[in-house]
Design a protein around this ligand. Structure first.
Ligand code: SF4
Ligand code: SF4
Ligand code: SF4
Ligand code: FES
Length: 949
């Protein structure tokens, strides 16, 4: 390995359609109109010295290092801010320019500590490079008099330091925070010599900074530097890989010294992130070396026994012999497997293959069940395929952006930054969410409409929006006539036009003023391009699938499909939710969403896999747990998932697991579910293996092994070993061979190879003969299913109702610095921002209950009770409370119920009737949890303490 270099000056030309020819240092060069002279020079192979300019930011023109001479013009203009003109003659090198540049550099260096040899940026410092480039050999001005060399360091951020003594006030950091991240945390305070960079006159940690790292990336000096670089020194090697946190799928360079990661740097050529990152992907990778990592396979007879470390052979052998014993005693269908949306496509494909071909049943499910299964069902019904319609770049063409039940600034931060940029550039925003999420109002952004609906009334609101479209003559008749099924459209039009769907008719039910619904509908329907982005606030409802179809109806009726700037875009929670669904992890579908009952599809798999396959769908996760409680389901293999913490109604989950005779967990840590396990197989982190992830825009990206698996085997190798021990042979020598099998068996992946992924960087499926390099925008020439299918979306209220006993509604979500069940982020320094789930409660509801900020409160539903500390917040509407579920000790899913989406059994996390009251002690469940945790820690002799990483 060596350090990977990105494309320099990769920013797209402003107007690629029209070309301008000019001369640079006597050589003709043709560039797009609007290109800067600096970039034109770069394209002709000439590097003009620069400090305040960088290809990822708008030019600023402050450092005066990039001066050039232009024939016929006075003075020496800054090349970074001067646009090209036809026939221009530019000189970049002359004695005069050299003298001027040296003078500029001399001034910078005279107020800069000359400690290059001991500086952490030594070898990676643009100031140092530029001093060399302009030939500065001596500095005439000393440190005497006023200078900034004694300025105090700010080391409050856990991941980077701010050393103002090294700052040249080039303002790149300020601009990165504004333009790239959209947070506006930094300002230049003061003028001239007194000017300095400030995170709002406070420490970074206390400021608005969200620790995305964009300023650190942009800084040309060592002023903003990663602490890991200060501690370890400059990296020697790097390899490009994909973030293992959220569904944005950012590309990173893992920069290394031997087998140690020094830092993760967002990759400028990454097509999902274009060089940007968030605090999780950029900095929160320390969990991979956390002392809680389990590095030896372990077994035990009973779940009350201590764990015993054993060899891989013994652990895998035990799992296989137990599964065989259980099947011999209780029948073929008494065992199953769960794949993970955190693992690679290749790994999930192998787990479902193991279940179908090795176990001989279809009892395989995935954690995507509990988040986006309604997306699969709804979009497949409407359009014919289960995927978001656009690429992320599409947002740049949107004129109206609708965000429904999603909180991108916390859950999909890099895409949120992109979205915010588009909103600052003029697109209008509609937010449909019970909570006033950050996007509703923040610097330079204000939603035109925030429809703060009551949880559980999504379908009533989407129907009301569609009613306005249909009854006010806003239907795109030409699009519907050409692209959609006419009979289905006509019956939907008649249904939705009924007065009972009018915004006024549902106002009391939804809590949304009718005028706001009418205004939002008109804005969406009359925009040239309107795009819907949505999240789990849509899917995790008893009518999740109905809502997805409701959004599809709205987009079809207004013609907002099939081109850039429009579409229906699910924001996937975990890194590989899309991939785990694509790979056939659901019990009723093979890879590529083909039903197991289809004889012709089964025949293809049978031929390649060499076994007979069942045509009946298997058990979903909730069915497996029900069957376990009933005594018919006895063994479970879980790869990379913690169902005790993540799935609803924890008591039911643990009852199911307790009833099983062999639970095999493959994970990085002894997670909550491992408390009920008999075999533990230590998994590998994303840094330790090869494979691919598929992000929310269907983009397949490579995961590349940066370091060897710490426990000895990559996850795909573990599944393979288990299959072989069960007597079903798997013999892959590399995940590329698994991908070759996926491509052979899955029409939408037919053209995907590792060689092509390496060549193109990433590929959006479908990728096959018709689209050899992938498909950025779906349904451009027609829907996958042929004609778009309008569906009747009758609103049916959830059975979960508020009562006198449980008068409030609980809804749940995520926070930026933590991720999902927190197994990774809790084991990093991200706890500096958030180390406990809290209950957000409206001031009225708090006052009624005598609850003050920080009080311990009991949160009780008919499923169970837990306790949390209260945070009084008017982001919630009265009658609604909100929390996150990142910490196992808060046991939020003890409270959520077993209600689920009617079509897919996706749990209804977003609506639980609860009561809140002050308390002074933890719930019974939490006391039980603490006891178990102490016990596990004692038996394992490990600390479960959270530490920085
Ligand atoms: S902190 Fe870095 S990027 Fe910001 S002004 Fe100073 S030198 Fe420039
Ligand atoms: S880390 Fe990100 S949010 Fe924080 S100051 Fe830098 S650019 Fe702004
Ligand atoms: S936005 Fe998502 S994929 Fe990108 S760095 Fe953050 S967590 Fe990783
Ligand atoms: S790089 Fe052009 S003025 Fe700084």
């Amino acid at each position: 390995m060596t350090l990977v270099k990105e494309t320099d000056y990769g920013t797209p030309a402003r107007d690629p359609a029209s070309s301008v020819t000019l001369e640079i240092d006597g050589k003709p060069v043709a560039v797009a109109a609007g290109t800067s002279v600096m970039r034109a020079a770069m394209e002709s192979g000439v590097r003009v010295p620069r400090l305040c300019a960088t290809d990822s930011l708008e030019p600023f023109g402050s450092c005066r290092l990039c001066l050039v001479e232009i024939e016929g013009r006075k003075g020496t203009p800054a090349s970074c801010t001067t646009p090209v003109e036809a026939g221009m003659k530019v000189t970049t090198q002359s004695a005069k320019l050299a003298r001027l540049r040296r003078g500029v550099m001399e001034l910078y260096i005279s107020d800069h500590p000359l400690d290059c040899l001991t500086c952490p940026a030594n070898g990676d410092c643009e100031l140092q490079d530029m001093a060399g480039a302009v030939g500065l050999r001596e500095v005439r001005y000393g440190y005497e008099g006023a200078n900034h060399l004694d300025a105090a360091k700010d080391e409050s951020n856990p991941y980077f330091t701010f050393d103002p003594a090294k700052c040249i006030v080039c303002s790149r950091c300020v601009r990165a925070c504004e333009e790239t991240q959209g947070t506006f945390a930094l300002t230049v305070k003061g003028r001239g010599f007194a000017s300095k960079i400030s995170p709002g006159d406070m420490l970074f940690l206390d400021s608005e900074c969200v620790s995305c790292g964009a300023c650190v990336q942009a800084c040309p000096t060592a002023t903003l530097t990663e602490k890991s670089v200060i501690e370890m020194g400059q990296p020697q090697d790097s390899i490009v890989t994909t973030c293992a946190y959220c569904g944005v799928g950012c590309a990173f360079k893992a920069e290394l010294q031997g087998n140690d990661v020094v830092r993760m740097v967002p990759f400028k050529d990454g097509k999902a992130n274009h060089g940007h990152s968030c605090v999780k992907g950029r900095f929160a990778w320390g969990y991979t070396t956390h002392r809680d990592r389990i590095l030896s396979p372990m077994i035990r007879e009973k779940i009350t026994d201590p764990w015993r470390e054993v060899s891989w052979e013994e652990a895998v052998g035990r799992a296989a012999s137990e599964f065989k014993r259980i099947q011999a005693r209780y029948g073929n269908d008494s065992i199953g497997g769960i794949t993970s949306s955190r693992c690679t496509n290749e790994e999930t494909f192998l787990v479902q293959k193991l279940v179908r071909a090795g176990f001989g049943n279809n009892n395989v499910d995935t954690c995507a069940r509990v988040c986006h299964s309604p997306t699969g069902y709804g979009l497949k019904t409407a359009f014919g395929t289960s995927a978001g319609t656009q690429d992320f770049d599409s947002i740049d063409q949107a004129d109206v952006v609708v965000v429904i039940g999603a909180n991108p600034t916390d859950a999909h931060p890099v895409f949120a930054s992109r979205m915010k940029r588009r909103l600052r550039d003029g697109a209008d925003l509609i937010v449909i969410d019970p909570r006033r999420i950050d996007l509703v109002q923040q610097p330079h952004i204000k939603a035109k409409y925030h429809l703060g609906l009551r949880p559980g009334t999504n379908v009533a609101v989407i129907n009301a929006l569609a009613h306005v479209v249909v009854t006010e003559g806003l239907v795109d008749e030409a699009f519907v006539a050409e692209r959609c099924d006419p009979a289905a459209f006509n019956s939907w039009r008649a249904f939705i036009a009924e007065e009972r769907h009018a915004p006024e008719a549902v106002e009391t039910l939804t809590g949304v003023p009718a005028e706001a619904v009418r205004g939002a509908a008109r804005l969406y329907a009359t925009a040239a391009n309107a795009a819907i982005y949505y999240g789990l606030g849509v899917t995790e409802h008893s009518q999740g699938s109905t809502m997805v179809m409701g959004m599809a109806n709205l987009a079809m009726a207004t013609g907002n499909l099939g081109r850039a700037g429009v579409g229906i875009n699910p924001l996937r929670g975990q890194n590989n939710v899309q991939g785990s669904c694509d790979m056939g992890s659901f019990p009723h579908e093979f890879s590529g969403y083909r039903h197991v009952s289809d004889d012709s599809v089964r025949a293809v798999f049978e031929e390649v896999w060499g076994v007979r396959l069942g045509g009946e769908p298997g058990l979903r996760i909730p069915n497996m747990l029900d069957a376990a409680v009933d005594g018919t389901f006895k063994g479970l293999y879980i790869q990379g998932e913690d169902i005790v913490q993540s799935d609803p109604n924890t008591r039911h989950v643990t009852a199911g697991l307790e009833a099983m005779e062999c639970v095999v967990i493959q994970d990085l840590f002894l997670n909550e579910t491992a408390s009920y396990a008999h075999v533990f197989l230590p998994g590998s982190s994303f840094l330790e293996k090869d494979g691919t992830f598929t992000n929310a825009e269907r983009r397949i990206s490579r995961v590349r092994k940066a370091i060897p698996p710490r426990a000895g085997l990559a996850d795909w190798e573990i599944t393979m070993a288990l299959a072989n021990a069960l007597g079903y042979e798997m013999a892959y020598s590399h995940p590329s061979e698994v991908m070759a099998e996926i491509a052979r068996l899955t029409p939408t992946f037919a053209g995907v190879t590792y060689e092509k992924l390496d060549r193109l960087g990433s590929i959006q499926w479908p990728c096959n003969e018709r689209a050899p390099e992938g498909t950025p925008v779906m349904h451009a020439d027609g829907f996958v299913r042929g004609k778009g299918q309008f569906m009747i979306t009758e609103f049916v209220a959830t059975d979960e109702r508020t009562t006198d006993r449980f008068p409030l509604l609980l809804t749940t979500g995520r926070i930026l610095s933590q991720y999902n069940v927190g197994a990774q982020t809790r084991r990093t320094a991200n706890v500096a921002w958030f180390d406990e789930d809290v209950l957000e409660i409206h001031p009225w509801d708090a006052e009624n209950r005598g609850v003050n900020e920080g009080d311990l409160v009991e949160l009780a539903s008919r499923a169970g009770a837990t306790t949390l500390h209260a945070r009084i917040s008017d982001r919630m509407q009265p009658g609604v409370v909100y929390t996150t579920f990142h910490f196992p000790g808060s046991a939020v899913n003890v409270v959520t119920t077993e209600f689920a989406d009617w079509a897919t059994e996706c749990p209804e996390y977003k609506v639980t009737a609860v009561q809140v009251r002050k308390t002074s002690r933890p719930s019974e469940w939490q006391e039980h949890y603490e006891e178990t945790r102490r016990d596990t820690t004692r038996r394992k002799g490990r600390s479960a303490e959270v530490t920085g990483g």
